[in-house]
Design a protein around this ligand. Structure first.
Ligand SMILES: [Zn+2]
Length: 440
């Protein structure tokens, strides 16, 4: 249920579009319905706003020793893959994908998508994540489960069929999915088109996918240059890099979310920058699958729009955006021998504001009046974060999911003082255990 909440005496940390992250101590924030209605340091003004919006019937949330921050938007995930967590580890990517994961995915039934997705949402919410760009089949089940859980999602439509060894574009699939998002998505679900990678479909098919995305004006979700092998195979098949090839087919735009981008040439970076394509950096997954270390600083200098993702839980093996922020920063420093690069404020911006923009939610990811109320409350009264020091550094370098006390999405508490309010975790546990036993 949405209502009016006054967060009082709290430390507010937020990114903004044109300045580094800011900190406001002894602050107040009023949320009413789905929006942030007041942010400032005047108790009187906050009380007046809360009273006028609720006719006096509002909740006061005690914010002492707490941080109020925007929730994270995970820009690259495969949510149902949490059911494959810790059952196929320490393989090379191609071996892992084609011999371990896809054969199991081929045996998934409808409920597996629903409960695998909900398991991941429970983990994401408890870790301060309120939004994700999700690349996976089972779009209908995932959409209905997300809307019910009150979670924001950019979800891929399959948009294609594979019959008798031939891929074909499927307009009806996209149309039906857009209609489902509009009718059942509660304003929380946005459709995109699944274009897995340059290596999964025949060359002639990419132009068809590009046309499909343009026809329905939906973003493209794609993996690019995740491994050296992918680049070598693309060069031998098409005589160019994956970025160049996808650009030639019209699949790179300012709404495309390109995951990984570990092995880019200078020309690739120029193209991604010019197209304003979003690059979702997946530090944990790239290291676990030994894909390499993306040149985050080079991409930043090239003006590429950067965000962060966890990738699927079977190649990570969690959905923890605190770890992704920390690793993105530490990897960049280690790779460049320069501790001043990729500072806490930079990666916080990527995990919050940029993640939301990449997922297509323009009025989220910043704590300002008029923005959607996607908020997390961090309790820093714990050994891990005490004493607070610089709150931005503390969020990026010290904080973790257990410090996340509450999460609000669209003005609704989905985690309230450590309790999930929209997901029946006991039911999710029961169903996903059954699935894992059937598919292992
Ligand atoms: Zn992926």
């Amino acid at each position: 249920m949405k209502k009016t909440v006054l967060f009082s005496d709290i430390t507010i940390v937020s990114s903004h579009d044109d300045v580094k992250a800011t900190v406001m101590e002894n602050a107040f924030c009023v949320v009413s319905d789905d929006r942030i209605c007041y942010v400032g340091q005047s108790k009187e003004a906050a009380l007046e706003k809360a009273e006028s919006l609720s006719s006096g019937d509002f909740e006061t949330y005690d914010g002492r020793n707490k941080i109020l921050a925007p929730t994270f938007a995970n820009a690259h995930a495969h949510t149902p893959m949490s059911i494959f967590r810790n059952i196929a580890d320490d393989f090379a990517l191609q071996d892992w994908l084609f011999n371990e994961i896809i054969p199991r995915e081929d045996r998934m039934i409808a409920d597996d998508f629903t409960y695998g997705h909900l398991l991941t949402l429970a983990e994401m919410i408890e870790g301060g994540t309120a939004c994700a760009a999700n690349m996976y089949d089972g779009a209908d089940q995932i959409t209905l489960a997300s809307a019910e859980a009150g979670f924001r999602l950019q979800q891929t439509a399959m948009g294609k069929t594979f019959k008798d060894g031939v891929w074909s574009a499927d307009s009806k699939n996209v149309e039906d999915f857009i209609a489902l998002c509009n009718e059942k998505g509660k304003g929380l679900i946005k459709p995109s088109l699944l274009v897995h990678s340059v290596y999964l479909y025949p060359g002639s098919f990419y132009a068809d996918l590009s046309e499909l995305a343009k026809k329905y004006e939906i973003p493209v979700s794609v993996h690019i240059s995740e491994t050296i092998k992918e680049n070598e195979d693309c060069l031998s098949s098409y005589g160019c890099t994956p970025v160049e090839y996808l650009d030639q087919t019209g699949l790179l735009s300012d709404t495309t979310v390109a995951a990984h981008c570990v092995h880019l040439t200078e020309n690739d970076m120029r193209i991604l920058s010019e197209r304003k394509t979003w690059v979702a950096h997946n530090a944990s997954s790239n290291m676990k699958l030994a894909s390499g270390f993306a040149d985050m600083v080079g991409m930043q200098k090239a003006g590429i729009r950067l965000c962060l993702g966890t990738d699927g839980a079977s190649s990570n093996n969690n959905q923890d955006m605190f770890i992704e922020m920390r690793l993105a920063s530490f990897m960049a420093k280690g790779k460049t021998y320069d501790p001043t690069v990729m500072c806490a404020s930079d990666v916080f911006h990527m995990a919050t504001r940029n993640g939301y923009l990449a997922c297509g939610f323009e009025d989220c990811g910043i704590i300002e009046e008029g923005m959607k109320a996607d908020i997390q409350i961090i309790d820093y009264d714990c050994p891990q974060m005490w004493p607070l020091g610089n709150p931005v550094s503390s969020l990026v370098y010290s904080c973790g999911p257990k410090c996340v006390e509450s999460v609000m999405i669209d003005g609704r508490f989905v985690l309230y003082k450590h309790d999930l309010t929209t997901i029946d975790f006991e039911k999710v546990k029961f169903e996903t255990k059954k699935t894992m036993e059937r598919l292992k």
